[in-house]
Design a protein around this ligand. Structure first.
Ligand code: AMP
Length: 310
């Protein structure tokens, strides 16, 4: 087992992060790490409150998008915990729970290179001893729009696991990606509505060359599908470039790029108000966000872009 090393008030590792599978062990490691950092600080005569814990929740199969979250996390606190858990509660019947990529060893190796001391990788049995949590968070009306319309119960399941992870880890900050815009909106709402103390930090979407937003699901794309999938980001980019002409022009520009791709089966393309996450009317002015979701083969892809509608 690799011992975390502590330098400059931050926990680093020389080799691999410690992979932790139980709540008790995680809590005791975090308490130990915090008190070590505190005593090191005291020895150096440094001030500073309780060392800050940062959580980066993921479902694993890590890529550069996840690692951008981890790097942001390291800049925000003293101890970064990455959780890796493919949450059955947020997958519907017939979705890709069984085939979702799982590669813990490779993920841990990638996180070692980022200086992450702790990976929390619980089993479903630990998270849901009764098979499914008997108490769940309900995402509310926005939870049944867009991704929630296509994946009923998805956001209730997502919020439930986020609430559990926040209670398990007790982070000061948790880092999320803008890639899942509706998730970010709903997590922020849950934190406000349920008076969580954790605040969240949002990292911009990381894209591959050619614009496709990085996603663990991209692994399932064949080369022709991957090429076709670039129409999504191209459509969003085209929309952003004509946003000055209004919502209609932005939608038209995106459709023009996406609808011509026979391998891309569009689910929704909408412009929402970031304050409410509800679709805007044609006369909307100010900040907005365009969301897109499509099936490419059997792979469901989502993407989004900020629009400034003058
Ligand atoms: P996932 O493992 O897909 O549940 O994602 C874990 C976190 O990584 C979520 O907050 C995602 O929004 C974020 N994420 C996934 N892909 C990207 C990306 N391409 N750019 C930025 N963040 C991402």
């Amino acid at each position: 087992m690799t011992q975390p090393q502590h330098t400059g008030g931050r926990v680093n590792v020389l080799t691999k992060p410690e992979v932790i599978g139980t709540i008790e062990e995680l809590r005791s490691r975090l308490t130990d790490a915090q008190s070590r950092i505190e005593s090191e600080r005291a020895e150096r005569g440094e001030a500073g409150g309780t060392p800050r814990v940062v959580l980066v929740p993921t479902m694993g199969a890590l890529h550069a998008g996840h690692l951008a979250l981890v790097r942001r996390g390291r800049s925000l606190g003293d101890i970064v915990v990455v959780s890796i858990f493919v949450n059955p509660l947020q997958f519907g019947v017939g979705e890709d729970l069984g085939s979702y990529p799982r590669m813990l060893e490779a993920d841990v190796a990638a996180l070692a290179a980022e200086g992450v001391p702790f990976v929390f990788a619980p089993t479903s049995q630990l998270m849901y001893p009764d098979g499914a949590a008997s108490t769940r968070v309900v995402a509310g009306a926005v939870g049944s729009l867009f991704e929630g319309a296509a994946r009923p119960g998805h956001f209730d399941g997502m919020l439930t696991v986020v609430a559990k992870l926040f209670n398990i880890v007790g982070p000061d900050v948790a880092v999320f990606g803008q890639k899942d815009a509706q998730q970010v909106f709903l997590v922020e709402r849950m934190l406000a509505d349920l008076d969580f103390r954790t605040r969240i930090e949002i990292v911009p979407i990381v894209r591959e060359d050619g614009g496709l937003a990085l996603s663990s699901r991209n692994r399932a794309l064949e080369p022709a599908q991957r090429a076709a999938a670039r129409a999504l980001s191209a459509g969003l980019e085209a929309a952003a470039s004509v946003a000055a002409q209004g919502v209609g022009a932005a939608l038209q520009a995106a459709h023009a790029r996406i609808d011509v791709q026979p391998l891309v089966k569009l689910d929704y393309l909408v412009v929402v108000d970031p304050q409410t996450f509800l679709p805007v009317g044609g006369e909307h002015h100010g900040p907005a966000r365009m969301l897109v979701a499509a099936l490419v083969g059997h792979t469901r892809l989502i993407d989004n872009v900020a629009l400034d509608l003058p």
